[in-house]
Design a protein around this ligand. Structure first.
Ligand code: SF4
Length: 346
């Protein structure tokens, strides 16, 4: 049901076929070639690129410090780099001096957060990904029409908190297929579902199927909520996982889409899969008996971190790198409109 968008069909890249019995016999005589299968697309999505650029542009336009509510994107390296340039990351608006500039992260915020900022006379720049904003609008519309909304997502995730804040009286969280049995609604004939943008496509389909068993009149969102970047990275990792003795996902532990890539890799047949923030976290013991290493990165990960892993792999003899591309991505988002007017004078 969920289909990828924001991308064109694959135009390049291929995965070598799994050896047949004849080639297996041949490979038994000669040592197997160590290699890397590099997934594409990987790394930055359009929403992350826009959010990081927003902080950089705000620092250029207004000078340091610029405050950012929550991690602008869920990646340690990105946050540290922006901190070095003068961004100050805070958890709540109360930590921002009155009248200062504050940027809201890519994950989106509840309307109440905008209201708090206004009460403190903060000058706000909203870096919420437009694809998250789309889900917020769907939530508002369904709530206005009197539906209860079953929001599939992970409890406590910032995106889920932000979306729920749009219609707290109407939204019930469903945290995976096992959460379906406990859901209670006011009227089973007026129920719709939405989802967090960074979930596992396969698991979400299972959750929706279970929800539909309980609520046959369940309404679908007008378009997929799991975003194009999440879907494309999962499709790409599925292509390399069956041939990977070891699959490394570069990403931070609090990055939902990165954690999902590890799960998807294991489900798709990788012998082992690990999440690392950077090359230094790779354990040499993981390479025991490994011929093919799969490599990808989450949507909030700069390419330089992947290149660092490739350099380490080359040092260990994995210098033969084959990129396996399953989609081209061309989507770009305009920077927030607040950057196009002078916040200094507002
Ligand atoms: Fe937007 Fe998807 Fe990227 Fe999240 S992962 S910032 S929803 S494009």
């Amino acid at each position: 049901m969920v289909t990828a968008s924001g991308s064109a069909p694959a135009t390049s890249g291929s995965v070598s076929a799994v050896p047949d019995s004849a080639s297996s016999a041949a490979s038994a005589e000669a040592p197997q070639r160590k290699r890397v299968l590099l997934a594409a697309p990987r790394g930055y999505c359009a929403g992350v690129d826009r959010a990081v650029q927003t902080v950089e542009r705000a620092l250029e336009q207004y000078g340091a410090p610029v405050y950012v509510r929550k991690q602008i994107v869920h990646n340690k390296h990105v946050v540290q780099t922006l901190e070095e340039r003068g961004a100050i990351f805070v958890e709540e608006n109360e930590e921002v001096p009155e009248g200062a500039i504050v940027i809201f992260s890519a994950h989106g915020v509840a309307p109440e957060v905008h209201d708090q900022a206004s009460r403190r006379s903060l000058r706000t720049i909203d870096a919420t990904c437009p694809l998250v904003t789309k889900v917020h609008k769907e939530a508002v519309r369904f709530a206005d029409e009197g539906y209860d909304i079953l929001l599939i997502g992970h409890e406590g995730h910032e995106e889920v908190i932000g979306t729920t804040g749009e219609a707290p009286e109407h939204i019930k969280l469903v945290d995976g297929p096992e959460g379906v049995a406990d859901v209670e609604v006011r009227d089973p004939s007026r129920v719709a579902w939405l989802s967090q943008t960074t979930l596992s496509v396969d698991e979400t389909e299972q959750t929706v199927a279970k929800l539909r068993e309980r609520f046959p009149l369940l309404i679908d969102p007008p378009s997929d909520d799991i975003c194009y970047a999440t879907q494309n990275r999962q499709v790409a990792v599925k292509r390399i996982a069956p041939q990977s003795d070891l699959l490394i996902v570069v990403g931070s532990a609090n990055s939902s889409n990165s954690v999902r890539l590890v799960e998807v890799a294991l489900e798709a047949g990788a012998n082992s899969a690990y999440l690392v923030d950077r090359a230094e976290e790779i354990d040499p013991a993981w390479f025991e008996g490994v011929t093919t290493v799969g490599l990808t990165s989450g949507a909030s990960v700069p390419e330089e971190l992947v290149q660092g892993v490739l350099a380490l792999l080359a040092e260990r003899g994995y210098s033969d790198v084959e990129e396996v591309r399953s989609a081209q991505e061309k989507l770009l988002f305009a920077l927030p409109h607040e950057l196009r007017r002078n916040l200094s004078s507002s």
